[in-house]
Ligand binder design. Structure first.
Ligand code: GLU
Length: 288
């Protein structure tokens, strides 16, 4: 089976240093494996999106030497596929409509359990759809972090797969499209580790294959906070890509040539003596 990896940004802002690390990391594993590297624009949440960000991200990646093997998949064009899967879950009785508000769920620690709504029947609120989550433990071996286990009923409970505003959740869209794009390994930041159990459970409900997972260390700012897309702390400039690319490769523990060179050569050099198992030893944030 050919290795297929992907980078799946949300267009909620420009490409930032944290997402560049995820892009470069996923690219390195795919290229090292002699596989393919795909792009997926996760533009399924218009209220959170920034006009022009999707185009800017897609234009920036090649400047960093990151060229995908297929045209990008846009989730905004995949609604029919999500509808189909949603109907499948509904027909199987695996989802249920829910009008519980966050405030109402606060008394349950914010978690919806056992298909038991706390909102009164006939509430005027718009309906969200939740996936029933039984008392089930989901386990997987993260290629970077080792064995992971999660009891989904305890940690997240019945989770939303279609929101009250009619938009599909990230969890559903991600699972449908990882399968559609035949992704064999998901390489992404550790901020998404907490989504993986839900995604594996959805794959089981839908009889879809589970890819391998590898969660990269998060880039933190000087105060130890996650670098957000709004952060101006570590600017990246597609017009002058090599400084940020060097920093990203160094964060990932990859060797850098002494000589100044272009993005393509930096990436090629980073594949020298690439040992997937050694990548965990990222240089962290010391190399700013
Ligand atoms: N779109 C998500 C993000 O930008 C990443 C999704 C993923 O890699 O699974 O945070």
């Amino acid at each position: 089976m050919t290795y297929r990896g992907r980078f799946a940004p949300s267009p909620t802002g420009q490409l930032h240093f944290g997402s560049l690390v995820a892009a470069v990391g996923s690219w390195l594993y795919a290229r090292h494996a002699g596989g393919q590297w795909l792009l997926r624009m996760e533009d399924i949440d218009p209220p959170r999106e920034v006009a022009g960000a999707a185009a800017d991200i897609l234009a920036a990646l090649p400047a960093f030497g990151l060229v995908a093997d297929e045209p990008p998949l846009f989730q905004s064009q995949r609604t029919a596929a999500y509808d189909e899967v949603f109907e499948q879950l509904r027909a199987a009785g695996q989802v249920f409509p829910c009008t519980c508000s966050r405030r109402q769920l606060a008394s349950n620690g914010g978690i919806h359990r056992d298909g038991q709504c706390v909102a009164a029947d006939g509430s005027a609120r718009a309906v969200a759809w939740r996936l029933r989550v039984p008392d089930v433990e989901v386990g997987f071996d993260d290629a970077m972090l080792g064995p992971q286990r999660e009891n989904l009923r305890d940690s997240v409970g019945d989770f939303v797969i279609r929101r009250a505003d009619g938009l599909y959740s990230y969890q559903l869209a991600c699972v449908v499209d990882d399968a559609f794009q035949h992704i064999t390994e998901v390489v992404r930041g550790q901020d998404l580790l907490e989504s993986t159990g839900r995604q594996i459970w959805l794959q089981r409900c839908l009889d879809l294959p589970t890819p391998a997972y590898r969660h990269l260390p998060l880039v933190l700012d000087g105060e130890g906070n996650k670098l957000s897309k709004s952060s101006r702390a570590w600017p990246i400039d597609p017009a002058d890509p090599t400084p940020a690319l060097r920093r990203a490769l160094s964060f990932l523990g990859r060797p850098l040539p002494d000589m100044p060179t272009d993005a393509e050569r930096l990436l090629a050099h980073a594949l020298t003596d690439f040992e997937p198992a050694l990548m965990p030893h990222c240089s962290g944030n010391s190399d700013r």
